[in-house]
Each structure stands twice: as C-alpha cells, then as structure tokens.
Design a protein around this ligand. Sequence first.
Ligand SMILES: Nc1ncnc2c1ncn2[C@@H]1O[C@H](COP(=O)(O)OP(=O)(O)O)[C@@H](O)[C@H]1O
Ligand SMILES: [Mg+2]
Length: 309
Amino acid sequence: MRPEPADRYPLLSVRNLSKHYPLRSWWGGKGSVFRAVQDVSFDIRPGETLGLVGESGSGKSTIGRAVTMLNPPSAGTVAFEGTDLAKLSAWEMRRMRARIQMVFQDPYAALNPRMSIGDYVAEPFRLHRPGMARAERRDEVEGLLARVGLDPRFARRYPHQFSGGQRQRICIARAIALKPSFIVADEPIAALDVSIQAQVVNLLQDLQDELGISYLFISHDLRMVRYLCQRVAVLWHGRVVELAEADALYEDPRHPYTRRLLSAVPVPNPVEERARLRAASLLPPADPDAIGGLVEVAPGHWVADTRYS
Ligand SMILES: Nc1ncnc2c1ncn2[C@@H]1O[C@H](COP(=O)(O)OP(=O)(O)O)[C@@H](O)[C@H]1O
Ligand SMILES: [Mg+2]
C-alpha cells in the first residue's frame, strides 16, 4: 500500500504507523494490547490540508500525537521532509519541534491560567531563540497577536479574560510563532460556538496562504473538512478505510463506512429518516480485522480491501 502523491515531494510521509496501548488485566498481570491505530499510511504535500475524519475513539488524536512524536508510534515510520523522526537525537528533535506544531480542541486546557497571554505566546522564542532581545520578543508577540486578529494590548491579560474563539486564536498565535511548516490541528473548532468556527477556519486558511503551512486537520465535522481540505482520510477502528481527493470522497464514496459516515446527518422527516437509516445499514463488517490494505480504485482514490462475511 503506497498512497503517494505523484506530483510533489511529500512534506510528511507516514508509513505503516501503528499504536498499541497495553491492556492491564483485572488481576494486575500482564495483559494483551489494544490496537488503537493499525498500519496507517499517508502523505501530506507542502501547503496541503489533509483531513482526518472518523468517529470518536477511532484513533484520530492518537495519529496526531504519533506524527508529532508527542506520543511516538509503536511501529511504522514518520518522515518529515525525508527525515525519519524516530532517528533524531533529543537535541535534533527539539529543533524539529519548531517546525511541527499542534493546535488542540480545548484552548483553555492548553493555556496556562497563571501566565499572561503575552508570556504564553513569547514562550517559543524563549525556548528556541534564547538570544533574542526583550524588545524584539515583545514586537514579535504583538505582531503575532495582531496577525491572529487580537489587539496587541491584550498581551498583559490572562486566559480567563478571553472568549473561546479568542483563546483558540492565542493558541494559534503561539503555534505560528516559529513559522512552522506543519501543524496538526486536532478538532480545533469543535469546542467553539458555531458562529465562531468559520472565523477560526478562515484564519487557519489565511495563515496557510501566507506562510505555506500544511495541516493535518482532524475533525468529525464532515462539512468543514470538505470546505477546508484538499484530500481526506477516513479512519475506522484505527484503520484508514478510504483516502481520496475531497471531491471524489464526498461525491463518490466507495467504502461502506464512508457512506455511512456521510449519511449520518439525521433528517427531520421520519419517512426519509427511515430510508436513510436503511441505506446506512449497509454496514462495514463489525470485525476490524476484516479491513485490509488500501487499493487504488481510481487515480488517487484509495479504498481498503474489505472482506464481507
Ligand atoms: N493513553 C491511552 N491508553 C490507553 N488507551 C488509549 C490511550 N489514548 C487513547 N486510547 C484509546 O485509543 C482509542 C483511540 O483514541 P483517540 O485517538 O483519542 O480517538 P479519537 O481522537 O478518534 O477520538 C480509544 O479507544 C481510546 O480509548
Ligand atoms: Mg480525539
């Protein structure tokens, strides 16, 4: 299985990534393992947004933390600009961290309640550019706050003084401080009011245009993913069951799980709703082990080879 883009050199290349968590048995002895992510491969091209969709518990965050090495994979490789991240020394990984950032679902949890947001946004400079003069750092922070749509004078304030959308802007300001080329955005708008979601998504898009950032955009909001992503990977029980250009995936979904996911938006009319549920009952097999590797069914459109009993 090699779903590689033919046209451009990938920025991020994930191959056969698996993540297992030990299961402790009830008597405290050594148990088996829970396979949260199994044999996942995908590439992200420079400047591209790849969507990663799937139900809660399907392994999306596990993949996000594995590709940034916050929680390294159990097996498989993650290569960034051709460099295998597992082979970097601690010092080299530290430098790499400046280029790979993460934005999370809950900005309030990411922020430090006792740190002014100016100090919070300045932290990457303190860690990675220790020689930077104070005044220069202040200018950088003010520029970053302005860039994400916040008043630079807010730098003295604390997280509790901001709304959810503003807090996510603060987290984004910090994430772009060192001009990363790749950001994992793990459900970055899921906790925000619907009226604010589009603003934050537009900010992410503007930053991409300006700075050429690539995103792994993790979400269960299929409409937002279609709007934002060039390609989409569908995750089911820790496996990619379909990977395609967004238009191909939404207009011609091939895997039964993708079809179910796309038909999962409830319809208020009870007659239509029954028909919808009937169509949705064309379910993939319940056993994740029935899901095999990806097969290219059309150019760039990959579908998991699935056994049906
Ligand atoms: N540290 C952990 N230890 C054990 N199991 C975990 C751990 N983190 C996640 N899991 C399990 O792995 C599966 C995938 O979790 P996650 O990646 O958070 O899914 P998603 O982000 O798609 O909701 C879930 O069943 C979850 O309970
Ligand atoms: Mg998650």
